[in-house]
Write a protein that binds this ligand. Structure first.
Ligand SMILES: [Zn+2]
Length: 340
């Protein structure tokens, strides 16, 4: 099969790899219908995370089940399925509490690689959710978005307790931030402030339900949020970047008693506990338990109530994955879909 491999920062190659095989009896093999490049793939691509030798890339996937192991009982060959970037059993105490991304048996799909024609998915019964039928082609981008960015934005909004009568601010205008706007809107937020300085992203944020746009960043951004909320700050703030500046911007934009949902993968962020103490905000974040939300998200997509696939503003064949990474790195694309 063909698959994308990162050799060194900036060096992505699509090459011939061994076809994956069933290793554990709980595995499934998928023939992917589409895959994509994630903002978090840019951390190793930029050399912010070390690259340890040639690494298969990608952790977002949708596709058709080709083969299942002997202990897989609910997932069957021929089904179209969506899974999350953490494979999880969906039965342990942590999974049952809705934190499948911290499952005691979890396996990170990024170590397997899904920017490829085929992928092995561990713990298939727990990890994969089948659609009611084979989807029409135009739903595939949205179903693929559910695999990570939609589920992550959704968790950010839930962790920030977005809901009716709340003002929600979203820090970050990547795919996750834009889909946190969509999530906040679906959850019934009264006012949604998207923090973005890019016109096409502002436009998509508005389509997804943003009522206000703030272009300022850092302390100036915090001041604008305070100005828009009677000096109090937002009830709910989603942090979808993962840098020192974005995290402080999120915490300082939240009113006392409010909630910050932080879903940007943190890199080098250091917080002052003294500042946290006096902020009186709730902080909840982490790798999103996308699996918790998948049945609901698939249903909303299947019934065409939401269209998260609009975050894909570039589509390339898998063989041109390197250009997809470059475009996202240079912020020429919000998110790149790779066709197979
Ligand atoms: Zn579990």
């Amino acid at each position: 099969m063909r698959g994308a491999v990162l050799y060194a920062p900036g060096d992505i190659r699509v090459e011939e790899l061994d076809d994956p095989k069933i290793i554990e009896p709980t595995d499934a093999i998928l023939r992917l219908s589409a895959t994509c490049v994630c903002g978090s793939d840019l951390w190793p691509y930029r050399g912010v995370e070390p690259v340890q030798g040639p690494s298969p890339m990608g952790h977002e996937y949708v596709g058709i089940v080709e083969e299942v192991g002997s202990q897989v009982s609910t997932i069957r060959p021929g089904q179209f399925v969506v899974g999350s970037f953490w494979a999880s059993d969906n039965t342990c105490e942590i999974c049952q509490a809705g934190y499948q991304s911290s499952c005691v048996h979890r396996v990170l799909m990024g170590t397997i690689g899904t920017q490829a024609e085929l992928a092995r998915v561990p713990l298939a019964d727990g990890t994969l959710v089948a659609t009611p039928d084979l989807p029409p082609d135009d739903l595939i981008p949205s179903l693929l978005a559910a695999s990570d960015v939609l589920g992550t934005g959704w968790f950010g909004a839930v962790a920030a307790q977005a809901g009716p009568a709340k003002t929600v601010a979203v820090v970050g205008d990547g795919a996750v931030g834009l889909l946190a706007v969509l999530a906040a809107s679906q959850l019934g937020a009264e006012r949604i402030i998207a923090m973005s300085r890019h016109a096409p992203r502002q436009q998509l944020a508005r389509q997804y339900g943003a009522t206000d746009i703030v272009e300022e960043r850092g302390d100036a951004g915090v001041t604008r949020i305070k100005d828009l909320t009677g000096g109090l700050g937002a009830h709910s703030v989603v942090e979808a970047v993962g840098t020192q500046e974005s995290m402080l911007q999120a915490i300082r934009s939240t009113r006392p008693g409010g909630h910050v949902g932080f879903v940007g993968v943190a890199h080098g962020v250091e917080l002052s506990v003294e500042e946290l103490f006096f902020s009186a905000v709730h902080l909840h974040g982490g790798p999103a338990p996308v699996r918790r939300f998948l049945p609901e998200l698939i249903d909303l997509i299947w019934n065409r109530q939401i269209n998260p696939g609009k975050v894909f503003d570039q589509t390339l064949p898998l063989d041109q994955a390197a250009e997809g990474y470059r475009a996202m790195d240079q912020r020429r694309a919000i998110k790149t879909l790779l066709t197979i």
